[in-house]
Design a protein around this ligand. Structure first.
Ligand code: 7TS
Length: 399
């Protein structure tokens, strides 16, 4: 995939940028769309009767429609703009969880969840949290999921792709387990949506959350998609301007979905940026994006295997693996390792990756992580491998 020149930051920096799972870089078209909006199209939306506000509203709603098409939603109304995946998960935990569940009910997660799909559920008092395990090859263990589920399971909320292991989960199988007890399926799509074709009509989820900034768009905006009848049933998360129908001193009624979930001035310019990112990804084609990720991942795993003392944490089965590779090098602390790599122009993330319980599960404090996006190249992987060999020498662990 020959798109590096579309990303100004990559042209002006001689670095191997291997931290796209944390946040991706932005193509010129996204920067331009936001710049143009700010320079000539900006006004608040859904408020003014004047022309500029009407046009800004149309552009904002057009971005919603683009996202709906991108994920195969049956209506743009099923697309709610949030601040990001974290906010979407907090909305679901509070309003689909907290408002509806009673003590003794349970929610089933997995041991590899990002804190955004863990901590909000911990807020629910009296609701039991249960955790599906991993197989020896770091896949979701569907048998263990099945064993955790019983007639008090109301929600199964699981990542579509692990931000640490790269594991892609079998959402169709999760759906089948949920259906045995009538539970809702929530998918944390923060890593899934940027990397694989997703169609919510066939995905098997009731709700899907993702962030624009990991899919070539800006920070400050994300999406909660939900099936319309569930969104209709769910109460608003925040109160304020624009989410109301009638307001009295003591009570109010809500605007229809999606506006009842978008209190206050929304991220207008960011929505335009997300719309441009979705156009860009659509032009590339998500099948091609997946193919690029898969090829790079195969190459990276092959190359990493040539470095002594590298341990990779993640599936060996490439069919259930995305382009996020966690690893350690001997007993070098991943923070030290990433510092040495950084000195050599290689950007990786080191730490627990906001998945602390997973680190405990793996029995390690941290990993280093290389993660790819559409602009990533085999050349960057070669630089990573050379950097690791250098670090091994510096720490005296070369074989
Ligand atoms: N869920 C997953 C699977 C994620 O990878 C992340 C962010 C989130 C939720 C939260 O998304 P946010 O946009 O609301 O922050 N993951 C990472 C990461 O792996 N490194 O930095 C952020």
């Amino acid at each position: 995939m020959d798109v590096r020149r579309d990303f100004p930051i990559l042209a002006s920096n001689d670095m191997a940028f291997l931290d796209s799972a944390a946040s991706s870089q932005k193509p010129e078209v996204v920067i331009e769309a936001m710049d143009t909006m700010l320079r000539s199209g900006y006004a608040n939306v859904h408020r003014g009767a004047y022309r500029l506000s009407g046009e800004a509203t149309d552009a904002y709603e057009a971005a919603r429609a683009k996202v709906a098409t991108f994920i195969g939603a049956s209506s743009p109304r099923e697309v709610i703009f949030t601040r990001g995946t974290t906010t979407a998960m907090n909305m679901l935990a509070a309003k689909w969880g907290g408002d509806r569940l009673v003590p003794g009910d349970n929610v089933v997660l997995s041991v590899m969840e990002h804190h955004a799909n863990l901590v909000p559920w911990q807020f629910l008092k009296g609701v039991e949290l249960r955790f599906a395990n991993l197989t020896d090859d770091y896949a979701l263990d569907v048998n263990s999921l099945r064993n955790r589920v019983d007639e008090r399971t109301r929600i199964i909320s699981i990542t579509g792709m692990s931000n640490v292991l790269g594991t892609i989960t079998p959402i169709d199988q999760i759906r089948a387990v949920a259906d045995t007890v009538g539970a809702t399926v929530i998918v944390d799509g923060a890593q899934l949506v940027p990397h694989l074709p997703v169609n919510v009509e066939t995905l098997g989820a009731d709700f899907l959350a993702f962030s624009a900034h990991k899919m070539l768009g800006p920070t400050g905006i994300g999406v909660l998609w939900g099936r319309m009848e569930l969104l209709d049933e769910m109460d608003p998360f925040e109160g304020g301007g624009e989410m109301i129908d009638e307001v009295g001193l003591f009570e109010s009624t809500w605007a229809p979905v999606p506006h009842k979930f978008e209190a206050g001035t929304p991220p207008i310019v960011e929505a335009i940026g997300l719309g441009a990112a979705v156009d860009y990804l659509t032009d590339l084609g998500m099948d091609a994006v997946r193919k690029h990720d898969a090829e790079l991942t195969a190459y990276a795993l092959e190359q990493l295997a040539t470095v002594s003392h590298v341990t990779v944490y993640g599936p060996t089965d490439l069919n259930i693996r995305g382009g996020t590779i966690s690893f350690t090098l001997g007993d070098i602390h991943p923070h030290d390792l990433s510092t040495i790599l950084d000195e050599n122009g290689i950007a990786v993330r080191a730490g627990h990756h906001c998945a602390r319980p997973l680190m405990d599960h793996l029995g390690i404090p941290a990993t280093a992580r290389a993660s790819f996006s559409v602009y990533s190249s085999s050349d960057e992987i070669d630089r990573l491998v050379a950097g690791l060999e250098l670090a091994a020498k510096l720490f005296g662990i070369a074989s």
